[in-house]
Design a protein around this ligand. Structure first.
Ligand code: MOS
Length: 728
């Protein structure tokens, strides 16, 4: 699988209908607001289901001594209580399975220990309350700082955990201006709107899961490994998803337990996690401890950069928060090092949450830059300008397109950055001290293997199918725009079918690679379909034009419907990372500018203004792209000021495990946010020349808030979230 030459001019560049970039309303918007978009828990396939309710551990690390399920089994309506003792054989985690109720070991608080299945949700829940579990708790480690001394080097993930260039220690020791500080970020929970839910249906040896998952092709493989069946025996359907943010990248207990029970009882089983269960049964983002050291000469040129990060994960897990990764590509400096270490924590599994790596890495790095600018007496924008690299400083390859400086300049101008007082605590507005802060944004750009099928039928309707997902980001809409533009038909003549593994395998939604991967596969399928239609018409491929449902060439034209004929015409398209991913350093960039007020009496922090400028390749839809940016910036405010999943250090329960106590920004916390996209076309990225935008908005956003807080009141808080008690 190779990318078709992305540099070449194509119908997306021509944009004859003007659909690319257009702020088209969501094509699925009407279905969603009228309740016609079916989410996982709402399916009614295959008759009345049984309902499952998960029983979770009420102790931290330990062992199950005994489970007494007799009272639950006697309850009217209860069909089954499943525990580790009666689970069928499951595939092992090491081979990519997601087994549940494996043995008597409790790795963390909230781990599933039983499933109660009943004729009604109420009976299942009541039965769950009657399951008596006798635990033998053992000593657990629930605090990252305490676990840090035993940290280990994790196995490489997407990137190696460490990098070094030159001699950091020597360069740092001899430098005239230095910053050496440590930041901490707390555990964070995705807090997406829709909790994990599944309806599992077996037809003989064929399993269908209606579930809420971001990456269906991967989920299909995981489930097949778990049930020791062939992937062709597993169908995963996720047509609509109420947010993921990374919490639904992996297959979770709801899917495996529902499918296990459904097979055993020969009935469909429906299972949703409660909001409270989501915090422990599924994943979260690990807390981090990050030490950043920056050294510069008197003119503000960086001589040395080091970023070391510690995070935690459950026993047997290798995934670490890659908080230092972006530091390899953001600023120039000859001597550098980055490192990631992982500690075992007896907490729920830590995994990717929105902008894994950058989201918390920039909370440290971009505040360190602010501290360095202050030491140098340099404007923070100017410091960053002076350290703009001409190529990727560690990989020594060119950037595809890098517009960090234009983002900063445009943002500074629009925001009125020149009004910022260098010295903190200088600006008052009544009881409020007012400050301005800024930070850079960077987010890696990825392209993942994806396939699509495009067809046209006698009614002139273009249908595109792929096992992609729309997690609320607008995938249905932007893919519709691509297909409509390619075939020269209006968007309402495109049927975009996603969310089903019956369709060609696709990357899914994650890592901001969804639009580029799924969109490029759709592009390639539509391009192949165009060529077939041109050949059927007997036209010149170099001259044929698709518009108004017709293909035309030198005064002749044919309707696509007539060319499709009774049989229809179809074509497939593929995309993969190809070679350009390696030859260029590919990232989306941006700059955030924030004004905060700090109450002089209470320390309360309010974000008063926020403006962010992004350069992320071509923008497919101004409205959905802006919504992604707004969501990211809001996440950034939450990371800076509120989010903190706090483990109880005796049991490892996240004490604040619901949305009343796990604080995310509410409307009243967020002022009108301004989003600007700079014109950009990245012809090294993919045929659409787009870059990922989903996670860009969060990157650096929180650091800009923290820097503004410092400018307002002169207190540097390096222990996130920046709450009022830390200012007083
Ligand atoms: Mo994202 S954390 O890859 O959904």
């Amino acid at each position: 699988m190779q990318m078709s030459s992305p540099a070449g001019r194509n119908p997306i560049d021509d944009n004859r209908q003007g659909l690319i970039g257009k702020p088209l309303d969501r094509v699925d918007g009407h279905l969603k607001v009228t309740g016609q978009a079916t989410y996982a828990y709402e399916y009614t396939e295959a008759g009345p289901p049984l309902y499952g309710f998960v029983v979770t551990s009420t102790t931290g690390k330990g062992r199950i001594r005994n489970i007494d399920s007799r009272a639950a089994e006697r309850l009217s309506g209860v069909k089954l209580v499943m525990t580790w003792r009666d689970m069928p054989q499951q595939g092992k985690k090491e081979v990519g399975a997601a087994p549940q109720l494996v043995d008597d070991k409790i790795l963390h608080f909230g781990q599933p220990v039983a499933l109660v299945v009943a004729e009604s949700f109420e009976a299942a829940r009541a039965g769950a309350a009657l399951v008596q579990v006798d635990y033998e708790p053992v000593h657990g480690v629930y605090d990252l700082a305490a676990a840090r001394p035993a940290a280990r080097m994790p196995r490489p993930g997407l990137q190696p955990p460490d990098s070094t260039l030159g001699d950091f220690d020597q360069a740092f020791a001899g430098a005239p201006v230095r910053v050496d500080q440590t930041w901490t970020t707390p555990h964070q929970s995705h807090a997406m709107m829709e909790p994990h839910a599944t309806l599992a249906v077996w037809h003989g040896d064929q399993l269908t899961l209606y579930t809420s998952n971001q990456m269906l092709t991967q989920a299909q493989a995981t489930i097949a490994h778990t049930f020791l069946v062939d992937p062709s025996q597993v169908r995963v359907v996720s047509r609509y998803i109420g947010g993921g943010f990374g919490a639904k990248l992996q297959v979770q207990a709801d899917a495996i337990l529902a499918a296990t029970a459904a097979r055993r009882l020969q009935r469909p089983v429906k299972l949703a996690l409660t909001r409270q269960q989501v915090f422990h049964v599924t994943t979260h983002r690990s807390a981090t401890i990050q030490r950043v050291r920056l050294a510069a000469d008197q003119h503000g040129h960086l001589l040395a950069i080091a970023h070391e990060s510690w995070s935690g994960n459950t026993e047997g897990e290798n995934s670490y928060e890659a908080a230092a990764t972006q530091t390899r590509a953001l600023y120039a400096a000859p001597d550098r090092k980055t490192a990631h270490r992982l500690s075992t924590l007896d907490l729920p599994v830590a995994a990717a949450m929105r902008a894994p790596g950058e989201a918390v890495g920039l909370l440290a790095l971009e505040c360190a830059m602010d501290e360095l600018a202050e030491k140098l007496g340099l404007d923070p924008v100017e410091l960053r300008r002076r350290n703009e690299p001409t190529q990727d400083p560690e990989r020594h390859v060119p950037y595809s397109v890098r517009q960090l400086i234009p983002c900063m300049d445009e943002g500074a101008r629009r925001f009125g950055w020149d009004r910022r007082k260098v010295k903190p605590g200088q600006v008052r507005d009544g009881r409020w001290l007012v400050g301005l802060g800024m930070a850079a944004a960077i987010r890696s750009n990825f392209l993942r293997p994806s396939h699509a099928l495009a067809r046209i039928d006698a009614d002139g309707v273009v249908t595109v199918k792929m096992a992609m997902t729309d997690i609320g980001t607008g995938s249905y809409t932007v893919f519709t725009q691509i297909a409509a533009e390619m075939l020269g038909v209006p968007p309402h003549r495109v049927k975009m079918l996603l969310g089903d593994t019956e369709f060609p395998a696709a990357a899914g939604s994650g890592g901001s690679f969804g639009a580029a991967s799924g969109g490029s596969a759709a592009f390639e399928a539509c391009e192949a379909l165009r060529q077939k239609l041109i050949a059927l018409a007997g036209y010149d491929p170099d001259k044929a034009i698709f518009a108004n449902g017709m293909v035309s060439d030198a005064g002749q034209s044919r309707s696509l419907a007539s060319l499709a004929g009774a049989e229809g015409v179809e074509a497939t398209g593929d995309i993969g990372p190809g070679e350009t991913g390696k030859a260029f350093s590919q990232h989306a960039f941006g700059a955030h500018f924030v004004e905060v007020g700090v109450d002089t009496d209470t320390g309360e922090i309010r974000v008063r203004r926020m403006l962010s400028v992004f350069a992320a390749g071509r923008i497919l839809n101004e409205k959905t792209a802006r919504s992604q940016a707004l969501g990211g910036m809001t996440f950034g405010i939450g990371a800076a000021l509120m989010e903190d999943a706090a483990p109880d250090l005796q049991t490892g329960v996240f004490s604040n495990h619901d949305l009343a106590q796990y604080h995310v920004p509410a409307h009243a916390d967020v002022p009108p946010l301004e989003v600007v996209f700079l014109p950009e076309v990245d012809d090294k990225a993919n045929p659409l020349k787009i870059k990922g935008i989903g996670e860009l908005g969060i990157c650096g956003a929180g650091a800009a808030v923290a820097n503004a807080v410092y400018n307002a009141c002169g207190v540097r808080v390096r222990d996130y979230p920046v709450t009022l008690d830390k200012l007083l």
